[in-house]
Design a protein around this ligand. Sequence first.
Ligand SMILES: NC(=O)c1ccc[n+]([C@@H]2O[C@H](COP(=O)([O-])OP(=O)(O)OC[C@H]3O[C@@H](n4cnc5c(N)ncnc54)[C@H](O)[C@@H]3O)[C@@H](O)[C@H]2O)c1
Length: 248
Amino acid sequence: MKKLENKVVFITGGASGLGRAAAVAAAEEGAKVVIADLPGSDHAAALAAVQAAGGEAVFIPLDVTDSANIRQAIAATVAQFGRLDVALNNAGIGEGYFSFLETSEESFQRIINVNLTGVFACMKYELAQFMKQGGGVIVNMSSLAGLKGAPGLSAYVASKHGVLGLTRVAAQEFARRNVRVNALCPYYIDTPLIKDAPEELRNQMIAGSPMKRLGRAEEVAKAFIYLASDDSSYTNGTQLVVDSGVIS
Ligand SMILES: NC(=O)c1ccc[n+]([C@@H]2O[C@H](COP(=O)([O-])OP(=O)(O)OC[C@H]3O[C@@H](n4cnc5c(N)ncnc54)[C@H](O)[C@@H]3O)[C@@H](O)[C@H]2O)c1
C-alpha cells in the first residue's frame, strides 16, 4: 500500500525546488497533487515531472501574500478533488545576505509577508477546510534557520523561527481534532533558491556540512512523506531536521 494513496496534497511553491520534489514524491506515493504557485512560476515543468512519475497533478495559481487568493486556491482544490488531506506550506523567498544595518525595512517586510504571514494565512484556511471534513495534516517548510541564527539573514531567520512557532501553536490547538502539524528544517539544499549564491558562499555551505555536500531536494521530499503520512501518526508540533548533522 502506498503511503498517500488517494490523498489530496496541496503544495505552495510547488513549481520549483523542494516543492516540486515533494510533489513528485507525493504522486509516487499515490497522492493527487495540487501545485499552487505564482502564475509566472515554472509550473508546466513541475506538472510534467509529476506526470512522468505516473501521478496526477493540477496547477492552481497562488500568491501566498494574498489571503483572498489563498481562500480561492483551497476552494479550487476542493472543487477539483473533493477534499484536502495534506498541505505543505513551502513557498518562500530569500533576498541575499545583508547585515542588520544594511537590511531595509521593505526587504524585511517582503520576506516576512511571504515566509511567515503567508504560512499563517495558508494554515488558517487549510485548518478551516480540515474542520469541515474531519481532519488533515500540515507540514510547514521552516529551515535550519528556524532553529539557529545565521549572520546576514535577519528577516529570513526571523520568518523561519516564526514558522516553528505557528507549527507548535496549531499542533496544540488542533491535536484533538484529527489534525497534525509539523515542520521540516533543512540545511542548504541544492535548489534554484541558492543557485545564484557566489562560489565562495557555496563552498562555505558545503564546508559547513558534516557530509561535505549540499542536500538534494529528493532527500527533503522523503522526510515530507514521513510527516505527511500515517507513519508519523504520533508526531505532532515538532520539526524534522534534514541537515547532514550540522546542528548536532
Ligand atoms: N534550498 C534551501 O537551501 C532551503 C533550505 C531550507 C529551507 N528552504 C525553504 O524551502 C522552501 C522552498 O525553497 P526552494 O529551495 O525550493 O526554493 P525555490 O526558489 O526553488 O522555490 C520556491 C517556490 O516558491 C514560490 N513562491 C515564491 N513566492 C511565492 C508567493 N508569494 N506565493 C506563492 N509561491 C511563491 C516560487 O515561485 C518557487 O516556485 C522555502 O520556504 C525555503 O525558505 C530552502
